[in-house]
Structures are given as structure tokens and as C-alpha cells.
Ligand binder design. Structure first.
Ligand SMILES: [Zn+2]
Ligand SMILES: [Zn+2]
Length: 119
């Protein structure tokens, strides 16, 4: 591979923005990525910023889902346990509690599975 701007020189890497080969004179360093010096440094900086924000965002989404899963799971377990334990005294009312509990447990599972997509 040779430099896109100097075909007689070997490339040391690729511009992250345009994927062209760059020699050591043409390569500008933006964070840990290479960019065409004075051409694509701003673009690569923007790309880096976008990637960083996406990582932060997906981490936040993941923890939101997991927090919901824990909340639904705990409340769901309480409702289910209460419903089952009161079944012989409350009858139908206890069944309603148990069903709500199971629905919450299902929501907890759905949130957990959704959160795993963002790992
Ligand atoms: Zn470039
Ligand atoms: Zn060059």
C-alpha cells in the first residue's frame, strides 16, 4: 500500500474518514486514529465523537433496561408470592395478584433480553 497523495511513498495507515493510504507526512493523528492531514482531521474528530457518544448511549440504554428488569422482577416476585400465599383466603383476588406478578416477571424478562442487545 502506498500513500494516496504520494504514490512513491509507503503508507503507514489509512485515513479513518476516506480510507485512503497515508504516508507519515500526510497522516494527522486524531486521538488514536489517522486522518488526512489538513483535509479530514475535522471529519475524523466528528466520527470519533459520534462513536464515543454511541458507546455512552448504548451503555445507558443497557443499564436502563437492566434497572427496569430488576424492578419488575422484584415487584413481580412480591405480587406472585403474595397471590400464591393468600390463595386459600382471598380466592379470586389472590389469583389476580398472582397474574399481575407473572405479567411483571414477564416484563422483567423482556427488559433483560432487550438490555442484552446493547452489551
Ligand atoms: Zn481522508
Ligand atoms: Zn503522503
Amino acid at each position: 500500500m502506498v500513500c494516496f497523495y504520494h504514490p512513491d511513498r509507503p503508507a503507514v495507515g489509512l485515513c479513518k474518514y476516506c480510507q485512503r493510504g497515508l504516508c507519515s507526512d500526510c497522516a494527522g493523528l486524531v486521538d488514536d486514529s489517522l486522518a488526512c492531514k489538513d483535509r479530514h482531521e475535522e471529519e475524523v474528530r466528528a466520527l470519533e465523537e459520534m462513536t464515543r457518544q454511541n458507546i455512552l448511549k448504548s451503555r445507558r440504554m443497557r443499564s436502563d433496561y437492566l434497572r427496569n428488569a430488576i424492578f419488575y422482577g422484584v415487584v413481580g416476585l412480591l405480587f406472585t408470592a403474595f397471590g400464591v400465599s393468600q390463595l386459600q383466603w382471598l380466592g379470586l383476588q389472590a389469583v389476580v395478584y398472582a397474574v399481575i406478578g407473572l405479567a411483571l416477571l414477564y416484563a422483567a424478562l423482556a427488559n433483560y433480553l432487550e438490555g442484552r442487545k446493547y452489551s
